[in-house]
Ligand binder design. Structure first.
Ligand code: 3PG
Ligand code: MG
Length: 395
């Protein structure tokens, strides 16, 4: 990986810097309900402003499909961004943007309106790229979580202006490189979640990269079924057992050990603490029972596997962690990983969808080496795909 960072910027006093951030934060009742992405933007924005640049933030919000509307206006995110920055933030509408930019002083931070109010943004339209580029001298991409999109603001601009990775992007790329690019071995991956079908490419890629693949969540049932286990009425994609078998064969050929649960937590109904709750061997699941979590013996064995590893990549929960007590396996294994990370024996990287929520639930969200705020981009990276936003920074 080779890309320029903010360390490579010369004197930027008075220069207009276009910074792509991911301000696509969840909102309810006009308030930001999770400001993680806003906080991730702070180091880059502060550094550039303190170096005397005019900082122009470019970002999308939701999927307005080229139609400007109040619902998708970034203006509503400005108070929360200003709060985490601890300084004022100017809002700039696309009507009158040139004058508003010209009126900024060195050290000011402004957010331009939703880039997706231009239909051409998502088509990487050169005309839209040129419109953005005309406002700035330099481009900084700080939005890893939008880097799987080849859009004007994530891809085109890196070709139109001198391009640099922001601090959050840099930290993300360095962490990902340490986890799968050039990791210390042995490497373990935990892949959980409901369905094999959403993570087929992840699984196919990982079996060729890692030494231990730990499969949990609903998708483990499909693999168990492929191995001839009767999973009762568990969530299971029976049409994918052939694919699961292929993945298991490929793992074998690559020397990757696949770990499936051998004891499981089952119930007849999916509810919190159901009366039918019990733990059993995977071969003893009754026809009217469903598997809802990995069992305690398997979790202990998985902890022992992690103790032999130097690197861990984690995506997806091991059980139905939002409902008690089916969070037990995820919580226990996450805590083992966190403890090994604290001891310095494991580099642990996690990301994608439910994963951050699951680790926070286990109380270890801040104890992994790195937790990515990206959803789709993290998964595409785990699939071994080139992310257009990252590739464009590399030259
Ligand atoms: C996200 O929220 O995952 C990113 O901001 C990308 O958004 P998108 O999926 O609408 O492109
Ligand atoms: Mg998304």
């Amino acid at each position: 990986m080779s890309f320029k960072t903010l360390d490579d910027l010369g004197d930027i006093t008075g220069k207009a810097v276009l910074v792509r951030e991911d301000l696509n934060v969840p909102m309810a009742g006009g308030n930001v309900t999770d400001d993680t992405r806003l906080r991730a933007a702070v180091p880059t924005l502060t550094e550039l402003a303190d170096k005397g640049a005019k900082v122009l933030v470019l970002a999308h919000f939701g999927r307005p499909k080229g139609q400007p509307s109040a619902e998708f206006s970034l203006e509503q995110v400005i108070p929360a961004l200003s709060h985490v920055l601890g300084r004022p933030v100017t809002y700039i509408d696309w009507e009158g943007d040139k004058d508003a930019v010209a009126a900024l002083n060195p050290g000011d931070i402004a957010v331009l309106e939703n880039t997706r109010f231009f239909g051409g943004e998502e088509k990487d339209d050169p005309a839209v790229t040129a419109r953005f580029a005309a406002l700035g001298d330099i481009y900084v991409n700080d939005a890893f979580s939008a880097a799987h999109r080849a859009h004007s603001s994530t891809h085109g601009l890196a070709r139109a202006l001198p391009a640099y990775a922001g601090r959050a992007m840099q930290a993300e790329l360095e962490a990902l490189e340490a986890a799968l690019g050039n990791p210390q071995k042995p490497v373990a991956a935990v892949v959980g979640g409901a369905k094999v079908s959403t993570k087929l490419d992840v699984l196919k890629h990982l079996v060729s990269k890692v030494d231990h693949l730990i499969i949990g969540g609903g998708m483990a049932n499909t693999f168990l079924a492929a191995r001839g286990v009767d999973v009762g009425k568990s969530l299971c994609e029976h049409d994918l057992t052939g694919t699961a078998e292929e993945i298991l064969d490929n793992a074998d050929k690559s020397g990757c050990t696949v770990h499936l649960p051998y004891d499981v937590v089952v119930a007849k109904e999916f509810a919190a603490n159901p009366p039918s709750l019990r733990t059993c061997n995977v071969h003893e699941v009754a026809a009217d029972e469903m598997i809802l979590d990995v069992g305690p013996q398997a979790v202990e064995a998985l902890g022992d596997v992690l103790k032999t590893c130097r690197t861990l990549v984690w995506n997806g929960p091991l059980g139905a962690f939002e409902t008690q007590p089916f969070d037990a396996a995820t919580v226990a294994l996450a805590r083992t990983a966190a403890a090994l990370t604290s001891e310095g024996s494991l580099v642990s990287v996690a990301g994608g969808g439910d994963t951050v929520a699951a680790l926070n639930h286990a109380g270890v969200g801040d104890k992994f080496s790195y937790v990515s705020t990206a959803g789709g981009a993290f998964l595409e990276w785990m699939e071994g795909k080139e992310l257009p936003g990252v590739a464009a920074l590399e030259g």
